[in-house]
Design a protein around this ligand. Structure first.
Ligand SMILES: Nc1ncnc2c1ncn2[C@@H]1O[C@H](COP(=O)(O)OP(=O)(O)OP(=O)(O)O)[C@@H](O)[C@H]1O
Length: 248
């Protein structure tokens, strides 16, 4: 019996592949000849000074804005979560989650997604009765219900208090590990980027200017990495001189 020829192992499919992306407003080039690959299950954080083009890049990947040049190869419909939850106030939670899916299919999918984000049994509740953290959980459920291959997060935890933010970090890590979307997270919070991402990209003048893998070792050396990142972001993070007088 003849053996079937060995199949060369296929390269892993990417959640998104970006080549030569350009986006400009009038004469002003905001995203400039940018390349980016994100693998399934990979959590990438994007940092950079205000106005450097992070949201513009994310909106281009989401298909919310046209692009002026280049190529974005990836899933047809990435899911996006913004800083504000953007839930519809007149729709119960399950409808918010299952928006655009027909009711018979949508309701059980929404119930399962709400359970996954820790809101089991709340499907008939209303957005106005939720805390900020709960509303962002619903926004995550709505993003994940369609099993997107690419999840785009634009500072989704920025408005939450510190403890709720940490809980959301644990939740999103768990959800990404289970569903394996590629993730691009825009965040100004260096500690957040180190805590939850696998790779941190620094954007400057519309391009990826630096990339830092967040290895277990790097996480152990978290403070040093934090200082480097703050330096990249133009923040002097040296400890402030103590104002207390040494007691003789
Ligand atoms: N619709 C628009 N029309 C014209 N200029 C725009 C538009 N949207 C964004 N810009 C400009 O593009 C640049 C990049 O904006 P963008 O929102 O992508 O920055 P960012 O890095 O996300 O900033 P931040 O961290 O403050 O959110 C800014 O100078 C902004 O003023």
């Amino acid at each position: 019996m003849s053996q079937s020829p060995a199949t060369p192992s296929a390269p892993p499919r990417l959640a998104v592949r970006v080549r030569g992306l350009r986006r400009q407003y009038g004469e002003r080039v905001v995203v400039d000849d940018l390349d980016l690959d994100i693998a399934p299950g990979e959590f990438v954080a994007l940092q950079g000074e205000s106005g450097c083009g992070k949201t513009t890049l994310l909106r281009a990947l989401a298909g919310l804005d046209a692009i002026d040049a280049g190529q974005v190869d990836g899933p047809a419909q990435p899911a996006v979560v913004f800083q504000e939850h953007r839930l519809l106030p007149w729709a119960p939670l399950w409808r918010n989650v299952a928006l655009g899916i027909d009711d018979t299919r949508g309701r059980p999918l929404a119930e399962a997604a709400l359970q996954e984000v820790g809101l089991a049994g709340r499907e008939n509740d209303w957005p106005r009765r939720l805390s900020g953290g709960q509303a962002q959980r619903v926004a995550l459920a709505r993003a994940l219900v369609r099993e997107p291959r690419l999840l785009l997060l634009d500072e989704p935890f920025a408005a939450l208090d510190a403890l709720t933010r940490i809980k959301m970090h644990l939740l999103i890590k768990e959800l990404v590990a289970r569903h394996q979307p590629g993730v691009l997270l825009v965040t100004h919070d260096v500690d957040e980027a180190i805590a939850i991402s696998d790779r941190i990209l620094i954007m400057r003048h519309g391009r990826i200017a630096a990339a830092y893998p967040v290895t277990a070792q790097a996480q152990a050396q978290r403070l040093r990495l934090r200082q480097q990142l703050l330096q990249e972001l133009g923040v002097d993070s040296r400890p402030l001189a103590s104002t207390t007088q040494a007691v003789a």
